[in-house]
Design a protein around this ligand. Structure first.
Ligand code: BGC
Length: 908
């Protein structure tokens, strides 16, 4: 027996010694092998794969970068003692525009073992200087139909005389573009160049088009749509916000096998015309007339003699920037789940999911046959196709057939938010095979999954994720269907933390935050929507509490989720300017002026005879968010080592809180707005002295009971509601709210058949009637902010602030409600973190996974360590598990490193 044991130990030790850590998932600027970045000093990150080996840390790394051309060394770090595996800043020779670089890394682990060199990773450098652009801005050479503004086509034939080794094309536009080379689409991105503060920052994209070119005759073409640039945008029928003309800028860089290069760039030698896209607007939809198709227009064989020339414009190139975020791409597809006639006799298709994108239709018929596809999110009470809530958005694609066989239609330069389509003009019976709904959204990597033993909660999670998919379409929008689809700051702020769990939104928000800063008013006020299409310095449309705080809250949330200091550095002056604005508007440390949306869409009743409506003073809210943003400035200043700022904000925060208590809180701790949101904000942001906090949370719990275990919070109170309850020992009440399925609650829409998160708690009322069409979206992610509590408290996956980006992890599940099983998995920058828990008879089983190069504190719900085991071994002798030096009521805390752990304890 002893012999066997020794043998086992020997085997185990040698296995550990042999097992070598692997380096994988190399990223440059948070992307795998990006082909076009314009950071002068890009940042490198990687993951360690140590299998399920416990306690693996990196102790050193070595990184080398070489230029792909000429293969010379651009940077070499030598062996650096460090556990840093995220955001190593390039400090080599200056990078050159248009060049590709290769890099590799190896690491040493805490057993002193070196890994092998990683597989090579690469990155491409874009146009670092405006002068790198040889291309000229071109607009159509014909007089545009100024009403319908059909999409122009541009083309250029050219010949390449040698063998092509590689080729990249760089493209951007005023308006939206799609490009082709030799009859084939360039790339798989849609709605490019995306939406930014165009007048200050216009993104271009790069595509590797080596495989589209050939020796000899070639052609390149591009078509444009009005898009955000000059199309209808905003709810006041506004057009031409950024300019009246659409324009193209395109530069193709070819490298031959002999090393020589050649550029083909947009200039006065290009030709222009129009094609089948006779009209395309984001809200309205597209009109495509296949009779106007120009066959082979982007091929060399095409004769463009009858086409017009182009007009060269001297629009600036100084605003051009490489693209930071993932482009919009096609994702899930849906087939009809039901084809039916409504009571009104209209032919309708149900795709079963409220999604954002469009419908592909296959059809055959006669030339001139016209088919209209209208989009809707819901049917009304009698079951008819309902579009009143789309307001001025026509949301209709119109297709005209050319005849002579099957034709496939998909719209261009538009998208719709819908679950149903109404089909008009389709001369045959509708058949499911002919219609496919395609979801489009920014191509963010999925990161998190959350499943539970409760089906309704799983549906809620599904709805939260689809709310995110539908509204993360290059910018975080409020809704994707009506005449809005704008980057509403409040909505983005409240949902941002949840968003980090479901998908990797690092680059998505990095890009958008640059626009927050770019569009911020000189006063420091932050616009209601970003990109700002509602106001300007002279006519500010911003400054609302909880909305403008986006400028501070989102950078901080990204810092927490990704540990990226640079995002704080880059946003710091914008953050500071917003907090200064509040200070400037305040008097005697009270900010009680200005316009505010308040706790938007809180619970209210119509004939409010007894004050049931949950109205929270807007100025009280403003004081709370001012404090919160100031607290985050203290935190950010600390992280960035700005000691003076830290001291100034610390002093300011004390005054803000003091003024809050004087103005809004009675000596007994009653808050003047006796609402859930008032208590939630006061508690979440630590506005009350310690001795008043528990009783305030009890008042909150009582308030919830008074409403029959219902929430009454709007946009600003909702995200923190359950967090505050669980923090102050009312997790049971939080669970009651989570599991409540009558209005108002998270599960009420689920019960009513929602497949996304609704704008209002009662978008469809209990009697089946609909809320006012003037503001009733069925795809609005804000209330989906409960997702953060589900991941962070129910499953219990969080990051420590001192080890942001999940370098130091917290696993602290909160069993409760009627849940018997929770499984949350989350792909952090370091690798997968899992927290699963299960009630198994009298036991609580916890399955925890921690990635290499991180540490975690795991909180096991138990009164003491005595009855806890890990993989059947008493906690005290479990390998790699040490008792943490802290006590949290109801939990036993242990520290672990990487590995897979299975804890068992008595059911709490
Ligand atoms: C949007 C919101 C936004 C709000 C401002 C609405 O029209 O859809 O979600 O935050 O206006 O209160």
């Amino acid at each position: 027996m002893r012999k066997l044991l020794l043998l086992c130990v020997a085997f185990h030790v040698s296995a550990i010694c042999l097992a070598q850590v692997k380096v994988q998932y190399l990223q440059t600027e948070n992307a795998v092998n990006p082909i076009c970045i314009d950071a002068a000093n890009p940042r490198f990150s990687w993951q360690l794969d140590a299998g399920d080996k416990r306690g693996v840390m990196q102790t050193a790394y070595e990184l080398k970068v070489s230029s792909a051309k000429g293969k010379h060394e651009a940077w070499k770090t030598g062996k650096v003692s460090s556990d840093q595996s995220m955001y190593i800043i390039y400090k080599g020779e200056p990078l050159a525009s248009g060049q590709k670089y290769i890099w590799q890394v190896r690491v040493w682990d805490n057993a002193g073992k070196a890994s092998a060199w990683s597989e090579p990773a690469s990155f491409g450098v874009g146009m670092l200087n405006a002068a790198d652009w040889k291309a000229k801005w071109i607009t159509p050479g014909f007089v545009e139909d100024s009403v319908n503004r059909p999409s122009p086509l541009f083309r250029k034939g050219f010949s390449l005389n040698k063998k092509v080794a590689s080729a990249m094309v760089y493209i951007t536009s005023h308006g939206l573009y799609e490009a082709q080379i030799n009859g084939k689409r360039v790339g798989d991105a849609f709605l490019t160049p995306g939406w930014t503060t165009y007048n200050k920052r216009l993104q271009y994209q790069a595509y590797d088009v080596t495989n589209l070119l050939q020796t000899g005759a070639n052609a390149v073409g591009a078509t444009l749509g009005s898009g955000w640039y000059r199309g209808h945008i905003g709810f006041s029928n506004q057009k031409n916000y950024y300019g009246k003309d659409i324009a193209l800028l395109l530069q193709l860089e070819v490298t031959y096998t002999d090393g020589s290069t050649e550029s083909i760039a947009s200039d006065d030698t290009w030709k222009s015309s129009t094609g089948p896209v006779r009209f395309a607007e984001i809200y309205a939809g597209a009109t495509i007339d296949n009779r106007m198709q120009v066959k082979n227009w982007s091929t060399a064989a095409f004769d463009d003699k009858s086409w017009s020339g182009v007009t060269v414009k001297d629009y600036t190139k100084n605003t051009l920037v490489a693209t930071v975020n993932e482009p919009v791409r096609k994702h899930e597809t849906f087939k009809p789940v039901k084809i039916f006639k409504t009571p009104k006799g209209e032919e309708v298709i149900d795709f079963g999911q409220n999604l954002v994108g469009w419908v592909q239709m296959k059809v055959s018929g006669n030339a001139g046959d016209t088919i209209r596809l209208s989009h809707a999110e819901i049917l009304d009470k009698p079951g008819n196709f309902y579009t009143d809530n789309l307001r001025a958005a026509r949301a209709q694609d119109i297709y005209v057939l050319k005849g002579g066989g099957e034709e496939t239609f998909e719209p261009q330069f538009t998208w719709q938010g819908f679950r149903y389509i109404k089909v008009e003009g389709y001369k045959k019976d509708l058949n499911a095979a002919a219609f496919t709904a395609i979801a489009l959204y920014s191509d963010m990597k999925p990161t998190g999954t959350f499943t539970s033993s409760n089906d309704m909660i799983n549906k809620l999670q599904h709805n939260i994720q689809w709310g995110q998919k539908g509204n993360f379409l290059d910018v975080p929008t409020d809704c994707p269907q009506r005449d809005e689809r704008l980057g509403w700051t409040g909505d983005a702020q409240v949902f941002s933390r949840t968003a980090t769990y479901n998908m990797n939104v690092h680059n998505f928000f990095t890009k958008w935050l640059k626009d927050v800063a770019a569009d911020q008013y000189t006063s420091g006020s932050v616009p209601f929507v970003i990109p700002d299409v509602l106001g300007n310095d002279k006519n500010e449309q911003g400054g609302s509490t909880g909305w403008s705080d986006v400028s501070v809250i989102v950078p901080w949330n990204m810092y927490l989720a990704y540990g990226d200091k640079q995002i704080l550095e880059n946003q710091y002056s914008s953050m500071k300017a917003w907090v200064k604005y509040m200070q400037d508007k305040s008097k005697n440390d009270l900010w009680n002026t200005g316009f505010h949306f308040g706790d938007w869409l809180f619970y209210s009743v119509n004939d409010d005879t007894d004050g049931t409506s949950a109205i929270t003073s807007k100025f009280l809210i403003a004081q709370c968010f001012w404090a919160h943003s100031t607290q985050l400035m203290i935190d950010a200043a600390r992280v960035l080592g700005k000691k003076d700022d830290e001291a100034v904000y610390t002093a300011s925060l004390a005054s803000i809180k003091k003024a809050f208590v004087n103005e809004y809180v009675t000596p007994n701790g009653l808050i003047s707005s006796d609402t859930q949101t008032a208590y939630v904000l006061a508690l979440e942001f630590d506005m009350l002295p310690e001795n008043l906090r528990q009783q305030a949370s009890d008042r909150l719990a009582n308030n919830i009971r008074r409403y029959g275990n219902h929430l009454t919070t709007g946009f600003l109170g909702t995200p923190y509601l359950c967090h505050v309850l669980s923090r102050f020992n009312h997790a049971d009440v939080a669970y009651r709210l989570l599991l409540q399925d009558t209005y108002p609650s998270w599960l009420y829409p689920v019960k009513m058949g929602a497949t996304t998160i609704w704008e209002r708690w009662d978008g469809i009322r209990p009697d089946g009637s609909l809320e006012t069409p003037t503001m009733n979206s069925y795809n609005h992610y804000a209330y989906g902010a409960i997702g953060d509590w589900m991941y962070r408290v129910v499953a219990g996956i969080d990051t420590k602030e001192e080890g942001p980006g999940y370098k130091q992890i917290i696993i602290k599940p909160t069993p409760g409600g009627n849940m018997t099983n929770i499984e949350a998995d989350y792909n952090t920058n370091y690798g997968k973190v899992s927290s699963h828990w299960k009630i198994d008879g009298g036991n609580l089983l916890m399955h925890v996974e921690i990635p290499a190069n991180t540490t975690a504190t795991v909180y096991i719900p138990a009164a003491n360590a005595a009855g806890i085991t890990e993989k059947g071994v008493a906690l005290s002798s479990a390998p790699g598990v040490t008792m943490a030096n802290e006590s949290t009521t109801g939990y036993v805390a242990v520290n672990v490193g990487s590995g897979v752990y299975d804890f068992s304890t008595a059911k709490p």
